[in-house]
Design a binder for this molecule. Structure first.
Ligand code: GDP
Ligand code: IMO
Ligand code: MG
Length: 423
């Protein structure tokens, strides 16, 4: 059985958590392949809203096994909080959640280093979630990191100490005022590790290989979005992992020829949280309406998300980079009520019309060129089948399918599991 992927095509928060939860009924295993607690994946069903950061979004389904892959970075403190929040739902976590021994650990000092680095950048800051993601991946590629498997060795505390000492020296190197009580942070960290060690650690690449061989259906769950990819995103305003399809190969140990469907998910408009260029960003009433109706606040940091029209130039780029085979359009309900919808179909780039994403999409180089389409007024949130969708929304969908050359298989019309229309 091939491994299917589901990943975000914009700047994150497309609705991956909701859709993974919806799709889990078709899969035996859900596996996260990159990112860490910078992610906030929201699921809603039975009137309850859940936000997951590191735990895969298949966790609420009885039959599915959830794996945190080697490409993920894990903060034991946040992981413990996630586990605590799940306790009242009586899920058999020990049987349903396995962690790769090769996943890297986020130390308290990684978080401090993130804060120091951002503070030192002033106005040029990335707008990081400050979860220690960048410093942890730096230690991974710098070959200094600590991994989950290290916790099974007797000398892991010495390893920890030597890395934390190095980090403290690095923090003092930044000329910024960061207040912290490391002893307090470490107490939390060590307590959380005790709980983490009660879970099952596995060699996940081998486990997934055997699962695949025995016919198990596997869905790899991405975090962040393609425009935040360390190689292909709007660098340096990106995260520190490969959020694109290739990240699933390195983040799970799945060979490229074992990848099946690539499910790409996007909002019917665009949002971004944190700094960095955003050509179709709106600073007017239309943007405010999207933010208000779409309740656009970060699931991890609570920061307001910047909003704008759909950017088809960027979306096409993401479809190509990922080899997307199926699309899912989220939050169509949020656009109900607009007389006219705009879609950016090209950029004016330094005076020239272009239809691809250039090296630099800063506002001084790029002005979006829009096509306009008629909007719809109907409340979509109670619709349950494609034949109920308004003709103008169908025209919007068909326009996108024609431009992107990939079918839109799901249209999402609300945050709940049930507000999902399959086509
Ligand atoms: P993720 O990071 O990709 O999992 O997305 P987030 O959970 O960070 O953000 C998506 C937000 O939109 C969450 O609050 C979801 O509950 C919500 N959401 C998902 N799909 C829809 C939809 O179709 N309509 C509306 N109105 N909200 C949605
Ligand atoms: P999910 O999985 C949206 C953004 C941050 C910042 C940049 C770098 O919920 O879609 P980092 O903490 O990685 O150093 O931040 O990336 N960012 C996200 N934006 N959704 C996310 O995850 C994000 N994870 C990181 O806001 O701009
Ligand atoms: Mg999110």
């Amino acid at each position: 059985m091939a491994v299917d992927l589901l990943l975000g095509l914009q700047w994150g928060d497309e609705g991956k958590g909701k859709i993974v939860d919806v799709l889990t009924t078709d899969y035996d295993i859900i596996a996260r392949f990159q990112g860490g607690p910078n992610a906030g994946h929201t699921l809603e069903f039975d009137g309850i809203k859940h936000v997951l950061h590191t735990i895969p979004s298949g966790i609420f389904h009885k039959s599915a096994l959830n794996i945190v892959g080697n490409g993920v970075v894990i903060d034991p403190v946040i992981f413990k909080k996630e586990l605590d929040a799940l306790k009242k739902f009586n899920l058999d976590i020990k049987a349903k959640l396995f962690i790769s021994r090769k996943a890297h650990l986020i130390l308290p000092t990684h978080r401090l280093l993130d804060a120091a680095s951002e503070a030192s950048k002033g106005k040029a800051k990335i707008g990081s979630t400050l979860k220690g993601i960048g410093p942890t991946y730096m230690d991974k590629t710098g070959r200094n990191g600590m991994r989950i498997g290290d916790l099974e060795m007797s000398d892991w505390k010495e390893k920890y100490r030597s890395l934390a000492n190095k980090h403290e020296a690095m923090i003092s190197f930044y000329d910024v005022d960061i207040q912290y009580d490391l002893a307090e942070l470490e107490k939390d960290f060590f307590d959380s590790i005790t709980e983490l060690k009660e879970l099952t650690f596995i060699d996940s690449e081998e486990y997934l290989y055997q699962a695949q061989k025995s016919g198990k259906k596997i869905l790899a769950e991405g975090a962040q979005g393609s425009l935040l990819d360390i190689d292909f995103g709007t660098y340096p305003f990106v995260t520190s992992s490969n959020t694109t399809a290739a990240g699933a190969c390195t983040g799970l140990g799945v060979a490229p020829n074992q990848i099946g469907e690539v499910k790409g998910i996007f909002k019917a408009y665009t949002t971004r949280v944190g700094s960095g260029p955003f050509p179709t960003e709106l600073f007017d009433e239309d943007g405010e309406t999207m933010a208000r109706v779409g309740n656009e606040f970060g699931a991890t940091t609570g920061r307001p998300r910047r909003c704008g029209w759909l950017d088809l130039v960027a979306l096409k780029y993401a479809v190509i980079i990922n080899g997307v085979t199926e699309l899912m359009m989220m939050k169509a309900d949020v656009l109900s009520g607009f007389d006219t919808l705009k879609i950016c179909t090209a950029y004016n780039y330094k005076g020239e019309k272009i239809e691809h994403l250039p090296f630099n999409i800063e506002a001084e180089n790029v002005t979006p060129i829009y096509s306009e389409m008629k909007g719809w007024k109907e409340d979509l949130t109670k619709m349950s089948s494609a034949d109920q969708l308004p003709a103008t929304l169908m025209a919007y969908i068909e326009f996108l399918e024609k431009e992107l050359e990939v079918p839109i298989k799901i249209v999402s019309v609300g945050p709940d599991r049930t507000q999902t229309i399959h086509r």
